[in-house]
Design a protein around this ligand. Structure first.
Ligand code: TNX
Length: 455
């Protein structure tokens, strides 16, 4: 069978339709938006061979089409397996975060990644666009952000190889490309920490007496906005409003992570204000889980949890952070949670201990099996209704260029897609998963898509 595993698979009695059989598509009201049904039966001798697809919306039809392509890889003698699939997702948010800030990822490569997302029925692309080492989105009225702020990257930027950014036209084109494949883009402007590149562009964003310098290292947590600077106030309003206006989807990610040098009251004031600006612009804010302690967050702000599958207690954390407690803060404000447990879905980690580009900070390398064998409802002590979904991340301090990007993503992203789509009760064995994955890995390789190690 295919990846992710469909909810119901019914073998049909008879031959499967030939791969060139016509496909009948229809939208049916009784199905939820992302649900679909496929039948691949050759009606011979009474009826002509055909494949039928019904779905609750165009998104469901796109999932059905992806499933049909997977089924075609299981063909014998030029025929689909004869099956009826009845399918739909566990979670509505099934995503991948790409870090363009530490190292820019070319638009053409992002488009290739979007194809893979659609193939795995992942429907959110979160772009981490700003960090200490680079600012990667053109903002009207703030030209220095992408002039000075985009010239750097981890390990040294030059005009030929380093930095870079998305113009507003690139951002438009990427969203069109994603929308056409059922993927919603979520931009992240990381604040009030991770702002060194913005401060190099506009030093008035930093506290008086500091002199921001371009940063190409990989330490985190040192920079923060001066919440009392009038430039910061204008920056928050104008940048977030411009990003909201340029974004089709309903979400804007505000970061809120690893802000270790700012005093907690200023942090709270800044994040709360940013969340209100996003809400006033008609969007729903998302923040990394540390921001869950902020009382004034806009109602409905979504939290993204990045600590481990088994949350570290405050006493065990280097900065005394109660990770699960912070995440719970979003639920009190009427929000939900996206789960990105680092030791399962942080795909910047190596697959094996000897990976030259892999991180290990969450406790070691992350083999495919680790990305597959975890249960979302067991991470935090919250009910299923509190979980919006699951998102893999690819931070790029050490991951550079198409080859390394894909080698980190694949095949582990398929395991994350499985956790985001398939209900726990249907969880299957790792061995069974790898047998479903094999034809897809073969197909990626045939299409020239780099795939990393599987174990
Ligand atoms: C943590 S988890 C980060 C990033 C790093 C990443 C490296 C989180 C919200 N922030 O700043 O790039 O680890 O794995």
């Amino acid at each position: 069978m295919i990846v992710p595993l469909p909810r119901v698979v019914i073998p049909l009695d008879g031959f499967g339709a030939p791969l060139d059989a016509p496909i009948d598509e229809k939208i049916e009201d009784h199905l939820a938006a992302e649900e679909y049904v496929i039948e691949t039966l050759d009606g011979a001798p009474r009826l002509p061979a055909r494949v039928t697809i019904s779905a609750g919306s165009p998104a469901g039809l796109a999932h059905a089409t992806a499933s049909l392509a997977h089924l075609a890889r299981l063909a014998v003698d030029g025929r689909y397996p004869a099956v009826r699939l009845e399918d739909g997702p566990r979670f509505s948010h099934r995503g991948l975060m790409l870090d363009l800030a530490r190292h820019m990822i070319e638009v053409a490569v992002i488009e290739e990644i979007i194809e893979v997302l659609a193939e795995l029925k992942l429907n959110r692309l979160h772009l981490h666009l700003t960090d200490d080492q680079g600012w990667r989105l053109e903002i009207p009225g703030w030209p220095e952000l992408t002039r000075a702020g985009a010239a750097t990257q981890v390990g040294g930027g030059t005009p030929a190889s380093g930095g870079g950014y998305l113009t507003m036209a690139d951002y438009r084109r990427l969203q069109d490309y994603a929308n056409a494949r059922g993927v919603v883009v979520i931009p992240e402007i990381d604040l009030p920490g991770h702002v060194n590149a913005a401060q190099v562009a506009y030093p008035a964003l930093a506290s008086e007496g500091t002199d921001p310098q371009p940063y190409e290292g990989i330490e985190v947590g040192f920079s923060y906005l001066d919440v009392r600077s009038p430039t910061t106030q204008a920056f928050l309003t104008e940048v977030l409003t411009a990003v909201a206006a340029a974004t089709d989807g309903p979400w804007i990610h505000l970061g809120g992570d690893e802000c270790l040098a700012m005093n907690p009251a200023d942090f709270a004031e800044c994040v709360a204000r940013a969340s209100e600006i996003v809400r006033a612009a008609g969007k729903t804010p998302i923040c990394w889980h540390e921001a869950g302690r902020v009382d004034g967050l806009a109602p409905g702000t979504i939290g993204q949890y990045w600590n481990k599958v088994a949350p570290e207690a405050a006493e065990a954390d280097a900065h005394g952070i109660d990770h699960a407690g912070r995440a719970a803060g979003f639920l009190r404000g009427g929000g939900t949670l996206v789960l990105s447990p680092a030791d399962a879905v942080y795909l910047d980690h190596g697959v094996t201990a000897d990976s030259p580009t892999g991180q290990i900070w969450s406790g070691g390398p992350i083999p495919l099996r680790r990305s597959f064998e975890w249960e979302p409802s067991a991470v935090l002590d919250v009910g299923e209704e509190a979980l919006l979904g699951v998102e893999a991340t690819l931070f790029t301090e050490n991951v550079v260029g198409r080859e390394q990007v894909f080698a980190h993503l694949l095949p582990r992203l398929a395991a994350v897609a499985e956790r985001a789509w398939v209900p726990d009760g249907a969880a299957t064995s790792y061995l069974e998963f790898t047998s479903r994955l094999a034809p897809l890995v073969r197909s990626w390789r045939e299409r020239g898509i780099p795939v990393g190690p599987g174990e």
